[in-house]
Design a protein around this ligand. Structure first.
Ligand SMILES: Cc1ncc(COP(=O)(O)O)c(C=O)c1O
Length: 377
């Protein structure tokens, strides 16, 4: 079975992690700081906070924006549930945005209409969590204009998009957002096993993010306190710290990020050139963007979930490890009470299949995937 994705780990990385096991620090320490610095340099953001997953990063990003019970938060219907859960943890009311069938990101013209109507009803969102789906960036300048007009905050869920660029802005520089979150889960651009990071250019968010990551505990005081190692809890925080083993892996992985993305670009181009089956629509990258190519999603032209499921099973049986990204979040039993049905999200869900893409996918493996898909009747 060729998985739809998998991590790429070499002996140098195994050594880096083993060295940590032999050292004094296992939990958050100097390597986490070093990894944060590497991310900061890569993304050209002012601040970085490493955490133990993108899910916790999204959660404390919402906390730092002051999202609380009954606030409105909007996010894309087509994403992993964590994009919505982050706001749900804070007690927010979540609304889902339909996608565009060109790039599978939130549909900007729908967003404009929804904001216009929300303003009339006095129900504007406090924040919008935008998702750079499959690593292809959202049209951030357009969304930023709307942020200025309607005064909401923007969190970028860039779990798929480390290494991507929008109009020459590296995702993570927060030019158009308040905070940006990456995931380092094994199938992402780089991995730390579990892990994530938040970038921001706002000192206040940075200070809060660090507090929320570490139980709400403050360790530095203007006046000298009673004794060394003195601390006080000043907010209700969490233990969302990254550990040194994860950071050691991350430091090695980030060195290979450009190489990984180049490999993914090559695989993308080969698929685009060699997938010829007319039953499907193949993805495009927005002209002004560089994608990190986290996923390669093909859509069945016929809007038929039954046929899609049949093809999905056929591919699995032949050894092509396909996947579905994603069930519209509003369809999950937890969110179902919201009673949504968004046209493009429904159509997308009925027809989508993710096919293998990851840096170590070999030429032979990719040829096999291409032959198998081209032979579907
Ligand atoms: C869009 C999106 N957001 C958030 C997450 C959560 O990431 P993590 O597993 O690092 O918590 C994922 C993970 O798959 C994701 O795809």
């Amino acid at each position: 079975m060729i998985n739809y994705s998998r991590q790429s780990i070499n002996s140098k990385e195994i050594k880096a992690v083993t060295n940590v096991l032999k050292s004094n620090y296992l939990t958050q320490g100097p390597l986490v700081q070093k990894f944060e610095k590497r991310i900061k340099n890569f993304c050209k953001s002012k601040y970085v906070v490493a955490v133990n997953s993108a899910t916790s990063g999204l959660h404390i990003a919402c906390m730092s924006l002051g999202i609380k019970k009954k606030d409105m938060v909007w996010t894309s219907a087509i994403s992993f549930v964590a994009s919505a859960n982050a706001a749900a943890y804070c007690g927010a009311n979540i609304e889902f945005l339909d996608i565009s069938l060109n790039d599978y990101n939130i549909n900007i013209s729908n967003l404009k209409t929804k904001l216009f109507k929300a303003k009339q009803k006095g129900k504007l969102p406090k924040a919008i969590i935008v998702v750079h789906f499959a690593g292809n960036p959202c049209q951030m300048d357009e969304i930023y204009k709307l942020k200025k007009q309607y005064k909401f905050k923007i969190i970028e869920d860039a779990s798929h998009a480390m290494g991507a660029k929008f109009k020459n802005n590296i995702i993570g520089n927060c030019k158009y957002s308040d905070m940006c979150i990456f995931s380092f889960h094994p199938v992402k651009s780089i991995t730390t096993a579990e892990g994530g990071a938040i970038t921001t250019n706002v000192k206040k968010y940075y200070d809060d993010l660090k507090l929320f990551r570490e139980h709400g505990i403050k360790r530095e005081f203007k006046k000298k306190k009673i004794r060394p190692k003195y601390y006080e809890q000043i907010k209700l925080g969490y233990n969302y710290r990254m550990n040194e083993l994860e950071a050691a892996l991350g430091i090695e992985q980030i060195k290979k990020l450009s190489h990984f993305i180049n490999k993914r670009i090559k695989i993308f181009r080969t698929y685009k050139a060699e997938l010829k089956n007319d039953l499907f629509i193949y993805p495009n990258i927005s002209v002004n963007s560089k994608s990190s190519h986290h996923l390669f999603v093909i859509l069945l032209k016929k809007n038929s979930k039954t046929l899609r499921d049949k093809i999905f099973l056929q591919l699995l049986k032949k050894g092509v490890g396909v996947n579905i990204h994603y069930i519209p979040i509003y369809k999950h039993p937890f969110y179902k009470k919201k009673n949504y049905s968004l046209d493009n999200s429904e159509k997308y869900y009925n027809t989508c299949i993710s096919i293998p893409i990851f840096p170590t996918l070999s030429k032979n493996q990719q040829n096999f995937v291409i032959r198998t898909i081209n032979s579907i009747k």
